[in-house]
Design a protein around this ligand. Structure first.
Ligand code: G4P
Length: 527
């Protein structure tokens, strides 16, 4: 690869922000975009909620269905880095796509509400990041409000998420009493309200070698400052040591405190994050070999397909994570699954406020390809003789299930076609019961069912009847362990679309009962 391209790849930082709804992900994303000059005004990303969003057809669809496409990928430049933020919807649009998006990033930022600590959705998304072993950076938000004690929050990280943490900075007070941040990493203090706490409107005070402010300073009179120093001392003695290697392996999360809403601590977070966040990392192929992002030839995989962006054209966009080389508009690639050659002429790149035609992109970037039905989730495309196929994306265990059938029995054909295509596309999971061959749909979020129903009707002219069967715990078993007599009233034995057997358990109790009864049968939550 030529040097200028190597530099381009090395400048990429591709990450996702994960959080539970309302922790402040949108607010922090906006701040980051503002620093990068990608938007001019706060409230732009949030337009979805306030109805400020513009006009085009597909935006209308987004609004109707609550799917946000505009903000699914945001690219901007900041201090010579090209940053790609991938959105992981936490709200009503939570779906398998949310998990799969995490397969396309090199690191993740976890936003936590200081008042609430670790919430369920954060935990789920964290676990996917953990499985991938990517670096995870923590931003504890809403410091301008009274929240949990900082030490308690670190303890929660270690106990609930089982990850070691290292505080990069430490709050001096919080809520109305927030005086500043003790920046342990940069050895300085960021003053929260210079007009009240500082001298001459200073915002930053450097620390001396002992880690204290030299000489006289109003903030030194506060017991909160003394308290922060004591906490830091305790953490330096008894806490985890800073380790770049552990951060890179996802074993240690650097923790930053701040307030996204008042833009306090966010820029320091971004600057420090960019120091440690990895540039594009190698992705593994099906044989477990790593494909170097600096390889000359282009390669990438599809991690998300967004259908029906424009109802008039029924178009779809396949989101591709570029894993190596350079994308050139109009290039020829091979689709690994079919070995078919495809010309990539119709492509788009995502910006904060718009989509524009992309001419060139490199490893680490995300591009959108208009798709006429060529692509499936997980597909690899490559240039020339590279002949690579990236490892399969994991199947995530659905938590919600519905029985589904065609309303009109005369229209079985379009029903089956629709189900088959939507399942192939990865929009929803399909299972069949062993005895009766009933169709059961599985999803991780309610929206997936709604989209399924909507698309069956509008794209395949098939009205469906969906009967909820409630939440279940799905666990795969090895085909050789299968004995149909293991099925009981508390579990449902089904097979997935690859014919792998799995049990849908009523609840934890039913699953434990099963595990006790069949101790040699391994139950797996990922395939
Ligand atoms: P999300 O994307 O993670 O769901 O969260 P979002 O940024 O939408 O923030 C959720 C709410 O929390 C918003 O308030 C937002 O203003 C508030 N918020 C975000 N960061 C901070 C912070 O640092 N401090 C404080 N005090 N609040 C914060 P809202 O009332 O739901 O919305 P809005 O009326 O402000 O738009």
């Amino acid at each position: 690869m030529e040097q200028y391209l190597k530099d381009e790849v090395a400048s990429r930082r591709t990450f996702a922000i994960i959080s539970h709804p309302d922790a402040g992900k949108t607010t922090i994303t906006e701040q980051l975009l503002l620093f990068g000059g990608a938007i001019r005004q706060a409230g732009t990303v949030k337009g979805k909620k306030t109805g400020k969003f513009a006009t085009s057809d597909w935006m209308e669809i987004e609004k109707q269905r609550g799917i946000s496409v505009t903000s699914s990928v945001m690219q901007f430049e900041y201090k010579e880095k090209k940053i790609n933020i991938l959105d992981t919807p936490g709200h009503e649009d939570f779906s398998e796509d949310t998990y799969r998006t995490l397969m396309a990033v090199d690191s993740a930022v976890m936003v936590i509400d200081s008042g609430k600590g670790i919430e369920p959705q954060t935990k789920k998304l964290f676990q996917v990041c953990r499985m991938r072993g990517i670096p995870i950076f923590t931003f504890i938000n809403k410091l301008d409000r009274d929240g949990k004690e900082p030490l308690e929050l670190l303890e929660e990280l270690e106990e609930v998420l089982e990850i070691d943490s290292y505080p990069m900075n430490w709050p001096i007070g919080m809520g109305r009493g927030l005086l500043g941040l003790y920046d342990n990493y940069n050895k300085r203090i960021e003053i929260h309200r210079p007009e009240v706490n500082g001298k001459d409107n200073e915002r930053v005070v450097e620390l001396n070698a002992a880690g204290e402010i030299e000489g006289d300073h109003p903030i030194k009179k506060s017991s909160l400052y003394t308290q922060a120093l004591e906490d830091i001392e305790l953490l330096n003695e008894a806490g985890n040591a800073f380790s770049e290697e552990k951060i890179a392996n996802g074993e240690l999360t650097p923790v930053f405190f701040g307030s996204a809403l008042t833009n306090f601590g966010v820029q320091t977070f971004l600057d420090t994050f960019l120091e440690f966040a990895p540039s594009p990392t190698a992705h593994k192929d099906t044989a477990g070999e790593e494909v170097d992002p600096y390889t000359n030839e282009f390669s990438g995989f599809v991690f998300k397909i967004q259908a029906n962006m424009n109802p008039a054209h029924r178009d779809r966009i396949a989101f591709i994570r570029i894993c190596s080389g350079e994308f050139d508009r109009g290039m020829d690639v091979t689709l690994a699954r079919t070995k078919k050659k495809i010309k990539l002429s119709n492509s788009t790149q995502f910006m904060a406020e718009s989509r524009e035609t992309v001419q060139r992109a490199v490893a680490g970037d995300i591009i959108g390809l208009y798709d006429t039905g060529n692509f499936q989730i997980g597909d690899t495309i490559f240039e020339g003789k590279l002949n690579v196929e990236f490892e399969k994306l994991p199947q995530f265990t659905p938590e919600l299930f519905m029985k589904v059938s065609a309303k009109n029995v005369m229209k079985q054909k379009s029903f089956h076609k629709g189900v088959q295509q939507l399942v192939q596309e990865g929009a929803i999971q399909l299972y069949k019961t062993y005895h009766t061959e009933d169709y059961i749909l599985g999803a991780v979020g309610q929206l997936q069912f709604e989209v399924f129903q909507y698309r069956m009707l509008h794209e395949y002219n098939s009205e469906v009847i969906m009967t909820p069967i409630g939440s279940k715990i799905a666990r795969w078993i090895k085909p050789e362990d299968l004995d149909v007599n293991m099925s009981s009233s508390r579990n449902l034995l089904v097979r997935d679309r690859y014919d792998h057997p799995l049990f849908l358990f009523e609840n934890q109790f039913a699953m434990r009962w099963f595990a006790d009864k069949y101790p040699n049968v391994e139950l797996s939550s990922l395939l």
